[in-house]
Design a protein around this ligand. Structure first.
Ligand code: ZN
Length: 129
């Protein structure tokens, strides 16, 4: 990856949208594992580093989410050509309902084998629902 790809773009490219249009990082909520601050992905600082888009806590604690286009050796949400990995739960508002995307490492703990594809299907179906 040689440019910043935001999570909102990953969702769009994967064909996942809300009834009223594409997702917006400004309306996707997560929190920081270090300071606990709730923030939207739009509030987090975004940069390209080591071929990944990295969202850094708005308080500059640490990175809170990542977008990569590598085949996922590590767990995460595989969405189209990209993998999204979040350190804390992510919440999206879909048709007035809050949809939760659990932190990627929780998914790995819940299932026997890390299954990015099934995780993506799950997220897709939740977003579509
Ligand atoms: Zn923080």
């Amino acid at each position: 990856m040689n440019k910043v790809i935001r999570f909102q773009a990953v969702l769009s490219l994967a064909g996942i949208s809300k009834a009223d249009g594409p997702f917006d990082d400004e309306q996707i909520l997560t929190s920081c594992p270090a300071c606990g601050a709730r923030q939207t992905l739009g509030q987090a600082d975004v940069r390209l580093e080591a071929g990944q888009t990295r969202y850094r806590c708005k308080n500059d604690c640490q990175d809170v989410a990542f977008v990569s286009d590598r085949s996922p050796a590590e767990f995460g949400y595989k969405l189209g050509s990209y993998v999204f990995r979040n350190l804390c739960d992510v919440f999206l508002l879909v048709r007035g309902n809050i949809v939760q995307a659990p932190a990627a490492h929780k998914l790995a703990a819940e299932i026997d084998q890390p299954g990015p594809t099934s995780a993506a299907d799950d997220l897709s179906s939740r977003a579509a629902g």
